[in-house]
Write a protein that binds this ligand. Structure first.
Ligand SMILES: [Fe+2]
Length: 245
């Protein structure tokens, strides 16, 4: 299950442009709990919190613990690494971690640059990612991170995308085994291919942005999450789930 950009606050009633983010995350979790499938892992691709507070990370932890699943997290531009790490380095959470499950390797990547909304995967992080993949016997790889490695066709959003997305995608392509890449940040859906790599964005568990907009604009779409099925033969099936209030 891919969840992203919950933007939680210390205040349980904290809202982002009119949406109480703790409530909308809970509505997503309630929807999943009532669904007829069970996730094996949860991927959370950043912007866990909105208000730079330790209490918001505690809220994130408390909301997700009842899932009783391993939860792989990566930071987003709204996260504070020093506050996020104490929560996410403790099981069942993990921080920019990798895990082999059957034929698949999952790898979380840090794409954040301190003090900047836009992202970049540092040389060091790109080398770490390559090493993890090269040293794994898994036949298929899924990478997850916060920033989009491709332009979204939205002028304002593309100014805060990933500055070295082309380089990252080219590196992943040459590693041959990467089948999927999932990201957040864009608060809208995306599902396309880069060569043989399935590129997926999942809308936020709170407010969405209007796709294709030149200027910043919020969309009236509800919270969402994504089901991603990784098949033993490398095939990727996915379903985007909108959660109407
Ligand atoms: Fe976000």
């Amino acid at each position: 299950m891919h969840l992203t950009d919950p933007h939680l606050f210390a205040d349980p009633n904290g809202d982002l442009r009119g949406t109480v983010t703790a409530e909308s995350l809970q509505s997503v979790l309630d929807h999943y709990n009532a669904a007829d499938w069970r996730a094996h892992r949860v991927l959370v691709t950043g912007d866990l919190i909105q208000d730079d507070s330790e209490a918001a990370y505690s809220r994130f932890r408390d909301l997700l613990l009842p899932l009783k699943l391993r939860i792989h997290c990566v930071p987003g531009n709204h996260d504070v690494r020093d506050l996020m790490k104490p929560v996410c380095f403790r099981p069942p959470f993990s921080y920019c971690a990798w895990e082999e499950i059957g034929d698949w390797l999952l790898v979380g990547v840090d794409s954040c640059v301190s003090g900047q909304a836009g992202g970049e995967v540092s040389n060091e992080e790109l080398e770490r990612l390559s090493d993890v993949i090269v040293n794994s016997a898994a036949r298929h790889v899924m990478v997850f991170l916060h920033h989009p490695p491709i332009p979204m066709g939205s002028r304002w959003l593309d100014t805060v995308g990933m500055s070295n997305g082309d380089e990252v995608l080219e590196r992943l392509r040459t590693l041959n085994r990467v089948r999927a890449l999932a990201f957040g940040h864009v608060h809208q859906a995306y599902d396309d291919m880069y060569e043989d790599i399935r590129i997926l964005a999942t809308p936020s568990t709170c407010r969405q942005f209007k796709p294709g907009s030149d200027e910043f604009a919020v969309d009236d779409k509800p919270p969402a999450y994504r089901r991603i099925e990784l098949k033993p033969d490398g095939q990727v099936n996915t379903e985007l789930v909108w959660v109407d209030a």
